[in-house]
Design a binder for this molecule. Structure first.
Ligand SMILES: [Zn+2]
Length: 222
């Protein structure tokens, strides 16, 4: 969580995920509890960044965001993306749909969610590479990860990165050294390929940026 003057921003919440709650009323109750935390003197939560996992959860989040616009505008803000273990669900058409969900203003003209229409997404993700849970489709993961990096540059939005190596254990990584077949090495390589030659640009449209959600090796690699 990032602390703000007027409360905390919960930056990575899978609010529409069935593990959070499959019951919409229960989901509402939990979110309402988060929203009203500050009323009893605790630290309040001013914003929640809702992060999708699979393709369909992007639409679920827009629906939830839209509903909360009426209760407290801006309380729920969406990220747009697909977790690397779910990239098999993606097609070019579906990606185009996600591009539209990431946009704002006139790009929203055809979408039915009136109240969320003017609000753009706040991040692209989560996206990245996961060789631990689904190492069999590395090329597919890399392809869609690159597409999401490009989308983040196009929309000037930060990335929410999920990176998990095939070996989920520091001692093993140490023993094996830096493997070229490593999710985080591949991630760095992909991110680097979008930076300018001298790595000097700080312009958001030229350099991917964001938060690393999952780092399974030690801090020197981070
Ligand atoms: Zn996550």
């Amino acid at each position: 969580m990032i602390k703000k003057n007027n409360g905390l921003i919960a930056t990575h919440e899978h609010i529409t995920h069935r593990f959070f709650s499959s019951d919409v009323n229960e989901q509402r109750r939990i979110l309402e509890k988060c929203r009203t935390l500050g009323e009893n003197g605790e630290e309040s939560i001013s914003h929640i960044v809702a992060v999708p996992i699979d393709f369909i959860s992007n639409d679920d989040i827009v629906e939830c965001e839209s509903e909360w616009q009426r209760i407290e505008p801006g309380f729920i803000r969406r990220a747009v993306g697909t977790h690397p273990v779910w990239v098999q669900e993606l097609t070019e058409n579906r990606f185009q749909h996600l591009r539209e969900l990431a946009g704002a203003g006139t790009e929203w003209a055809d979408l039915p969610w009136e109240s969320a229409r003017t609000e753009p997404a706040v991040a692209i993700g989560e996206t990245g590479l996961d060789y631990y849970r689904s190492g069999e489709n590395k090329n597919k993961q890399k392809y869609w990860f690159q597409k999401f990096v490009e989308l983040s540059l196009e929309k000037k939005l930060p990335l929410i990165l999920h990176v998990r190596d095939s070996v989920d254990n520091n001692a093993e990584v140490e023993k094996q050294g830096i493997s070229t077949d490593s999710a985080w090495m591949d991630t760095l390589q992909i991110l680097d390929s979008y930076r300018d030659e001298n790595h000097l640009s700080t312009e958001p449209e030229k350099t991917p940026w964001g938060v690393l959600h999952c780092c399974t090796v030690h801090t020197s690699h981070a």
